[in-house]
Design a protein around this ligand. Sequence first.
Ligand code: GLP
Length: 247
Amino acid sequence: MRFIITEDYEVLSKKAAGIIAAQALQKNDSTLGLATGDSAVGIYKNLIKLYNDGFLDFSKVKTVNLDEYIGMDMNNKQSYAYYMKNNLFKNVNIDMANTYIPNGLVDDLNLECKSYENHIANLGGIDLQLLGIGSNGHIGFNEPSETFKMHTHVVELDERTIKDNSRFFNNIQEVPRKSISMGIGTIMKAKKILLVASGKNKAEALLNAFYGEITPKVPASILQLHHDVTVIADKEAEKLISEKISK
Ligand code: GLP
């Protein structure tokens, strides 16, 4: 596990984009596992800049996203499909046929989960998975639970996640209650993992995930068992860890 501490979100975003860019440069047909949320916006801005400056070519890159709300059309501004299109895909030369996001609109959601899992396997697995972390320790939409859910699955969102994500909606009632998410096993099979955390709202989750016991009650804690994890946290997110270490 590598920990990189940055002064602020801006530096975090540059460094994380650098790691993703290095992956795409070393293997131009990489499969990138992508995340949504505020934490990833700055990373995508930096990737777009690297593309515009001629450093990056997305023409052979493939992407698989972590999650999507159930029942949300991709034209809905709150959908993760809309987020990806606007924050990254439409600004780079990626082939949209090479981008995959779970489809939360199908009738048979279990079949969609199975197909998504098969699809990732058929791509040869994920070369680098980008993760944010929820304030409750979730990764993707793997919520705190009694067991780790291994495969892509349908999730009942946690009350804390609904509250956290309500900032993107007009009111809390509009936040979907269900989503499809890659499982913990799907994520753990990625060859490399890059987790980013910014701000004091993430400090407790980060401490519990990387300096606490490995438990499905803190889903990100499983990452302690992965062989190639880089965590980039800004000072505010990392604060409780440095306080614990200095004791
Ligand atoms: C969301 C997403 C996650 C994301 C996390 C943190 O609910 N499902 O994939 O990483 O929560 O989001 P943010 O970066 O906005 O804090």
